[in-house]
Design a protein around this ligand. Sequence first.
Ligand SMILES: [Zn+2]
Length: 186
Amino acid sequence: MARTIAYRRAHQDPAASGVEIEPRMIILHHTGGGSADATWRYFDRPTIESARKTIADAGDLNVSSQFLVDRDGTIFRLMPETSMARHCVGLNHVAIGVENVGDLDQHPLTDAQVEADAALVRHLKARFPAITHLIGHHEYLAMEGHPYFLERDPKYRTRKADPGPAFMTKVRARVADLGLEGPLVR
Ligand SMILES: [Zn+2]
């Protein structure tokens, strides 16, 4: 908790005093690995591994997400939706993160994950009507300039490829009726 508050003070708001967020968007990811167990062990420690230098330099709070979706579509809730996780530069204070076990090469995301993510997005939008956006992590830089985007360090940006446009197209097709916005189009 103290690390999360320290992260918020450094990156979002020097006066931050809590870890609560009001969800306004959902960001989908893939983990870059093949098992939910490995992801769980990776998340289940307070500090980031120092090998991830760009991220570690920006604060020692470990990466995290509120949800993890296994390859068979099983959804694990790892944190309350309204507690801040560290999963996306600039948007953690407004975004619920959904990690999917897999990658773009050896473990491509499954149809079961498409269905699970779509069902989860539908559930979250019903529970938090203030949610307006659904994006993939690879799209997040296009949110810079949107009022939601808040990062005090102008040099702290990471390049992301997850979960990729094909996965986002499939999930969006299943929740099109919700009217969620994507990244800003320039
Ligand atoms: Zn990601």
